[in-house]
Write a protein that binds this ligand. Sequence first.
Ligand SMILES: [Zn+2]
Length: 437
Amino acid sequence: MKHAGLFFAALSILAADATAQDSAEAPLAILGARLVDTSGAESGDPVIVLVQDRIIQAVAGEIEIPSDARVINAEGKYLLPGLADMHNHLRSGTFVPGDKPAQILQQMLPWGITTVFDPAVHGSAYQLLRDEISKDPDSFPRVFLTNGLFTAPKGWGRGHEPLSASEARTMVQSMHASGSDAVKLMYDDMSWATTRPFAVLDPAIMAAIIDEAHRLGMKAFVHAPVLELAAEAVAAGVDCLLHGIISDPISPELIESMLEHGTCYMSTLTMFYTNAGYAAWADRLEEFDKYDRLDPAMLEAFRLPAVQGGTARLDNIAFAAQQLPVLRANLLRVANAGVPIVLGTDTGIPGVLPGIALQMELVMHVDAGLSSRQALDGATRNAAAMLDQASVFGSIAPGLAADILIVDANPLEDIRNIREIYRVIHAGRVYDPQLAR
Ligand SMILES: [Zn+2]
């Protein structure tokens, strides 16, 4: 029967290639690609991947292909799990107001992003976005959202401002009731970017937020790029640092504490780099944008003198820029110590553009000294694990969601090959990035 299966496959290649609007419910067979298995196995012989009902049914050298299957001939190409951006604010990242979060979500699919976590959707926007996605969930990446975030009165960012531990617990309960996938807290005086530091949550309130989230089965994530504040949050049991440490070289004690608590580490290099200088960042974007998908006028806006050099409130961007080597060295040290690395971009900060930002984040992780495999793990299996979803997505294996990238060249050999996406598969649909802009 094995040979009969291959015979059917060969016939089907003669039929038209699968496209996005084909019947998404029909089985899908991907033939001839090599697996970029981020679990550690080397890319071996070409495989057949069979997808049915949005789930990977089989991955093997020989599989019987159902006669009604849509077929993608991927000979000579590489297969890897769809990418996840685990810190993304669903804004355009330009200086032009009027973002449409649902549209921005869809724009990320052709860049290979099949999962997005937005750790701060504020006010009524939270339910509006949930409602919009629920009308046609298959047309969006898999989405996780938090209903707002926690900060201190006069703290960085806007959000829930509990004045006591018990008020904080009540707020976490109502976030949980609203379907929030996790909680996020600011725990940052912004001293790495301003000479006039912001207020920070009382440590007892910070700890109560994390504790209450865990009691309700939710993860708690923190924005804490200052060493001693991050250390407090980790000691209180926070599940992931949503930014790298930029204030100081990371201490062995904090690394030890992260390993002990199982805390993950997200560096958001793209955010720190764009923040440190828009003009230099625009050059970097332009260089990376191999297929000229970015609007040149939008890039020019980042080179205008008026937008350089920080703001009245963030008046010490010079220090943040000076600390970039520390940020990179911290990432490498944390990764080599075995702390789980997860990739996120903070997309929506000016210059951090939907889709391309995550590809650049991968490249910048490798530039910082990580292996391509470490970087890709951070955008696939570790990203899923961050939300206890490793049995749902993040790997190419039977039983997992068929979130799949087919790329023309091996990103393990050169991480910049992540730009060469041939097809993106998500929710039973097949996307051709060349057709999207
Ligand atoms: Zn953010």
